[in-house]
Design a binder for this molecule. Structure first.
Ligand SMILES: [Zn+2]
Length: 290
């Protein structure tokens, strides 16, 4: 599964640690191209897409979705990423075309998010969605998500998210991992893992050299540590919008509201930038159905 986007999960140290990992280079490229994202917007949305993909392992109902969003007071503003239980990713950035004058600033998501929050929303499609929010600690996303897990779920967590972009806006590599310490873990195991993680080179650089995310776990993160992958599955950037969904949403507006739009309208999906055209006849048909 070298070039395909996929997520995997597994256990380390005799089930004392859970691990989730992702490689999603194609999904980040597709998000960049669909929304014509600037480098800094690509980094932000790309990291959220990687994290949401890994977090989708915790969804049980096939219709469930996990949403990960960041909102900041700075110029970058924030972004939203969603992953379904089936591994379909979608998302958008609030300020997709932000470019900074100082070249190196185009890689500093934290600086341009400023003060803000990270929120997860787990919608299992049955009960009321569960959500949790935490203040951003760095705005670089990996640290923020680790802090979120510690504060909201009391789970010591290591998060690593890497994206490598070249000058032509090609995503050379995107991927990452999440490792969570379970209650039976002992401090020596945690320490050995910390040492390994610190010694692991940048994940996206390693992927760009040809390592798969599985290779990176084997050769670096879990070097000398017993671990096993339990399963894996493909993921892709693929929006859930359809013309029918937009038609249903329009009908919810009611007859009166729709009659102000009889010339036709062209709603655009936030998540994938698809434009749906409802011309005069389409609008008349919708009104007739009410
Ligand atoms: Zn869409």
């Amino acid at each position: 599964m070298m070039n395909k986007d996929y997520i995997l999960r597994g256990m380390a140290f005799d089930e004392h640690f859970r691990v989730f990992a992702v490689q999603n280079t194609a999904a980040v490229q597709k998000a960049r191209d669909l929304h014509d994202l600037s480098p800094i917007a690509t980094l932000l949305l790309g990291r959220l897409l990687s994290a949401a993909a890994m977090m989708s392992w915790d969804l049980k109902n096939p219709k469930a979705e996990i949403t990960l969003r960041v909102d900041g007071e700075g110029l970058l503003q924030g972004a939203v990423a969603i992953c379904t239980a089936a591994g379909k990713l979608r998302g958008y950035a609030h300020n997709p075309s932000l470019f900074l004058d100082e070249p190196k600033d185009n890689f500093l998501t934290g600086k341009y998010l400023g003060k803000g929050t990270i929120t997860t929303i787990r919608n299992d499609a049955v009960k009321t969605p569960y959500s949790g929010t935490c203040q951003l600690v760095s705005g670089e996303i990996a640290e923020d998500l680790a802090e979120y897990y510690l504060q909201s779920e009391q789970i010591p967590t290591a998060v690593n998210l890497g994206i490598l972009i070249d000058k032509e806006a090609t995503i050379r590599a995107a991927g990452g991992f999440i490792i969570q310490q379970l209650p039976f873990a002992d401090e020596l195991e945690a320490e050995q893992l910390r040492v390994n993680i610190q010694a692991t080179p940048n994940v996206s650089d390693l992927m760009d050299m040809g390592y798969t995310i599985k290779d990176i776990l084997d050769k670096f993160v879990f070097k000398g540590i017993p671990w096993q992958q339990t399963d894996e599955r493909e993921i892709e950037f693929s929006c859930t919008c359809t013309r029918e969904r937009f038609a249903n949403a329009l009908m919810l507006l009611g007859k009166e509201e729709l009659s102000t739009m009889v010339d036709g309208i062209e709603p655009v999906c936030h998540y994938c930038n698809t434009t749906y055209t409802f011309n005069h006849n389409d609008m008349i048909n919708l009104i007739k159905q009410l």
